[in-house]
Design a binder for this molecule. Structure first.
Ligand code: ADP
Length: 178
């Protein structure tokens, strides 16, 4: 598997090429959810399909959520303990989009700390249907995670799971520029 990682504080930040539903070694995965926490398409569709219908039942009771907000549910048939659902900004609508995108990563990490989780994998939130250009989203995501790393007590591993070679290259560039 293609991956690169850096250490900061006591935590490790990794960028890897892969599929978010295959992260067996992670305590939690993040879902790029919609406001109502319904199944949806894209990465959310893949996560709900792998988790089974119970995920939507639990998640919908916790919605609707606002851009940047994060809520946690069990992970059902996924190989993880929890799913942390975040609502990314719609690029043209939810401004300032960089603040809302950074809040997604930061609030998800706060939930991990609250639940004393050691690891979380994120997809590239908002970079699909929500239209956030990958070359702009990658540095925002990586900087948001990196700046929180020294304050993390429980989370030791954060993985960004990137779905295409092109998007992976953008994230590696942003990782090297941290
Ligand atoms: P959003 O609505 O937040 O834009 P999308 O699901 O449309 O969310 O896309 C977010 C990102 O997730 C896109 O870059 C897309 O390529 C990627 N993606 C889609 N499926 C997967 C998957 N199974 N694992 C990891 N990333 C995925």
């Amino acid at each position: 598997m293609k991956k690169e990682q850096i250490l900061h504080g006591k935590a490790c930040l990794e960028v890897s090429l892969g599929d978010i539903v295959m992260q067996k070694d992670m305590d939690a995965i993040a879902n790029a959810a919609n406001a109502f926490l319904r199944v949806g398409g894209g990465v959310a569709g893949a996560i709900h399909k792998a988790a089974g219908p119970e995920l939507e039942k639990e998640a919908m009771d916790k919605g609707p959520i606002k851009p940047g907000q994060a809520v946690i549910t069990k992970a059902y048939n996924l190989p993880n303990k929890y799913v942390i659902h975040v609502l990314g900004p719609v690029y043209d609508r939810d401004v300032p989009h960089d603040k809302y995108l950074a809040d997604c990563y930061s609030n998800a990490l706060d939930l991990c700390e609250e639940y004393e989780l050691g690891s979380i994998a994120f997809p590239a939130i908002s970079t699909g249907v929500f239209g956030y250009p990958i070359e702009e989203a990658a540095p925002v995501a990586l900087k948001a995670i990196y700046s929180k790393m020294p304050s993390l007590k429980f989370v030791k591993k954060i993985r960004l799971v990137i779905f295409s070679e092109r998007d992976y290259a953008m994230h590696i560039k942003a990782l090297k520029e941290l």
